[in-house]
Design a protein around this ligand. Structure first.
Ligand SMILES: Cc1cc2nc3c(=O)[nH]c(=O)nc-3n(C[C@H](O)[C@H](O)[C@H](O)COP(=O)(O)OP(=O)(O)OC[C@H]3O[C@@H](n4cnc5c(N)ncnc54)[C@H](O)[C@@H]3O)c2cc1C
Length: 407
């Protein structure tokens, strides 16, 4: 164990979708980039599993789509659900102006491993697992690097630019003293698995009932389930007991009845706290935050990964050249924020409206819910389903790869 000091051009904290995509793009552009990930692998359970058409489009632009689509995944070209007694379709991706007109449901660790293995093809890519950023190094008002702990001991990393991609509980944004605007979320999520059998219905995605809501992600041999509860409601759920929780799950998805005992105890059910917030300013001289570190996203619509990836592309497009030239100015960092601010705010606004107008009332109501008017309209006029498909699948102001691959 000892103290080691290294120098790099860009140090990225966090190996989630934002950090891995940015690390890959900068290394591909010929830069020296160090990515720190505090965990030993990407095998954490509580990650969204959706790779959106816009992200698939970026992978296509990178010339990697055929290789990517060889990884096991499920294709979802429309989103269906059940609100009270009615089955509804709320998005149809089959008309999107993208090469892949579907959501790819793929365990996020496969997506991150794919980016890591492609990053490793470039000499500048330095991914350090089990390495946790603990503090920033500031000199004359500029962030010039950071301190981290790794299995080998303390690490000091000097860099032209530090990028905080360390998610909603970001250490980087805390240490940088960036101001957070908390928008709040009225929900939390209980996350658990139930095995999947060949004759299970495959088109069910979400179900809302009086006082209950559940989303199910098809992970091939099991269902990843997200049972939504009111914020802070975990104590009440536990006080009611595990049998009552199991019954509630079966009421939402009756074909779980013959295997609900797979939830053996509360250790099988993880609480994921939902946050919606954003930084008022994403940057300081020598540092910028992106992805959830700059704007924590609600799981509503499953678009957080998309935004994180789009942020990464915007950083690479704006800063790869200046980083090479050693000329990353505050104006350029601000240009990234200005570019990404509107798409992020627009999506957060939609998420907050859905949380407050649909989810929270359904969770607190004893009355069986009925589809809200816009959802009813989509059943009468199916072409309207293309609108949510566009918002979820592409978002606003989509990014494209502008960084050339270094010779
Ligand atoms: C319950 C729930 C379900 C969701 N489902 C979906 C979904 O289905 N689809 C979707 O698109 N979005 C979903 N989201 C949102 C999505 O998870 C996030 O928006 C997205 O993961 C943000 O990506 P990121 O790279 O910015 O951060 P993260 O994915 O949070 O990655 C941050 C990484 O940084 C690492 N890290 C943290 N601190 C340090 C440190 N100090 N040093 C080194 N490494 C560090 C972490 O281990 C992690 O790997 C969901 C969110 C919640 C809460």
């Amino acid at each position: 164990m000892g103290n080691t000091s290294i120098k790099t051009t860009c140090c990225i904290v966090g190996g989630g979708p934002a950090g891995m995509m940015l690390g890959f793009l900068l290394a591909r552009a010929g830069l020296a980039v160090t990515v720190l990930e505090k965990h030993a692998d990407f095998l954490r359970d509580f990650r969204g599993d959706v790779v959106h058409p816009s992200t698939l489009e970026l992978i296509h632009e990178l010339g990697l789509i055929d290789e990517f689509l060889k990884l096991p995944h499920e294709k979802l070209d429309h989103l269906t659900g059940r609100i009270g007694a009615e089955n509804v379709t709320i998005a149809d991706f089959s008309h999107l102006p993208t090469r892949c007109k579907f959501l790819a449901l793929m365990p996020q660790w496969d997506f991150l491993n794919f980016l890591a293995s492609n990053g490793k093809r470039y000499p500048g890519f330095d991914l350090r697992m089990r390495t946790e950023a603990t503090d920033l190094i500031e000199e004359d008002g500029r962030i010039v690097g950071l301190r981290a702990k790794s299995p080998e001991g303390e690490l000091e990393i000097r860099a032209e630019l530090v990028v905080g991609c360390d998610g909603r509980h970001s250490t980087v944004r805390k240490r940088a003293g960036l101001q957070v605007e908390d928008i709040g979320a009225p929900i939390d999520v209980l996350w658990f698995r139930i095995s999947r059998r060949p004759d299970d219905a495959t088109d069910m995605f979400g179900h809302i009932e009086a006082g209950k809501m559940m989303v199910m992600l098809d992970r091939g041999d099991y269902w990843q389930c997200a049972y939504v509860i009111p914020k802070g409601g975990i104590d009440r759920v536990k006080a009611n007991g595990l049998p009552a929780f199991r019954d509630a799950v079966v009421e939402m998805t009756s074909f779980f009845r013959n295997r609900i005992d797979e939830i053996k105890d509360w250790d099988d059910v993880k609480l994921l706290t939902v946050a919606v917030d954003r930084l008022t300013c994403w940057h300081r001289p020598g540092l910028i935050c992106i992805g959830d570190a700059a704007h924590a996203m609600s799981p509503v619509g499953g678009v957080g990964i998309n935004l994180a990836v789009q942020d990464a592309v915007a950083v690479a497009n704006t800063l790869a050249g200046p980083l090479k030239a050693g000329q990353v100015t505050s104006d350029l960092l601000d240009a990234v924020q200005q570019r990404r601010d509107f798409p992020m705010r627009a999506i957060q606004r939609i998420q907050v409206v859905v949380q407050n107008m649909l989810l929270a009332p359904a969770l607190s109501s004893a009355q069986r819910p009925t589809p809200p008017f816009p959802v009813k309209l989509m059943q009468w006029f199916p072409a309207l389903r293309r609108i949510p498909a566009r918002v979820i699948g592409i978002g606003f102001r989509p990014e494209h790869i502008r960084t050339p691959e270094a010779a």
